[in-house]
Ligand binder design. Sequence first.
Ligand SMILES: CC(C)(COP(=O)(O)OP(=O)(O)OC[C@H]1O[C@@H](n2cnc3c(N)ncnc32)[C@H](O)[C@@H]1OP(=O)(O)O)[C@@H](O)C(=O)NCCC(=O)NCCS
Length: 216
Amino acid sequence: MRLPLEFAPRSDRNRTLDARVKPDAHVGGGWFDERMTDVELHPWAEDDLDLLRRANTHELMDQLGGPENDEQVQARHERYLRMWREGTGWQFRVTIPGHPEGVGIVGYWPHDWHGEPALESGWSIESEYRGRGIAPAAVIAMLDAARAVGATLPVHAYPRVDNPASNAVCRKAGFRLLGEEEFEVKPGVVLHTNDWVVDLVEPAVEPVERVEFPRA
Ligand SMILES: CC(C)(COP(=O)(O)OP(=O)(O)OC[C@H]1O[C@@H](n2cnc3c(N)ncnc32)[C@H](O)[C@@H]1OP(=O)(O)O)[C@@H](O)C(=O)NCCC(=O)NCCS
């Protein structure tokens, strides 16, 4: 799977990604409001270690089973780089105008959904940039990026049931709620989550059954 080095919103998709479109437009399955911010996604790069260090707070990492020590953060950084090289997972630095260093992280990777192949996604935005619609814009851009490289599997997300901000992101990015699920984020760490899903392709239209008319 290959992505352009800088994934910026495509101009014909600006309706879905640009904060300046009319408030509360309903586009492509997601609700958008006037707080939506311009975002760009950049494939995970060598320079992104500090972004990962800034994300290693209790608040952000409690959703993933707790903060990591610096060695674990560096290992995660190497893993993100390796996953891109090997085509086994796609993490992005999220930037907004004036902040090329990144204000958050969004990504997706292969997932086993009850024995079915799927994708899983996750995200975080640094606390001082929250409440501006950056996460939903970034998630929508990520879904477009996945479509652009031909991904077709359903994309799941597992915010904790007690994480209203992240559940709101799912809703705004066009996911639908399947129900609650005990989700093992890492060995031995089970969280009580919601299971949200969004399709990357339109569901196939069921072929109309052939009808035999009796001969006159
Ligand atoms: C979840 C998260 C990514 C949302 O990012 P965001 O860019 O602030 O998203 P939004 O601006 O759309 O805000 C989402 C919700 O956060 C809440 N919110 C609004 N302003 C906020 C603020 N200033 N600070 C914190 N939360 C705010 C609101 O409930 C909002 O939903 P609403 O628009 O329906 O009212 C961010 O809160 C975060 O990084 N949290 C910690 C990590 C995490 O939980 N990751 C998800 C793991 S599944």
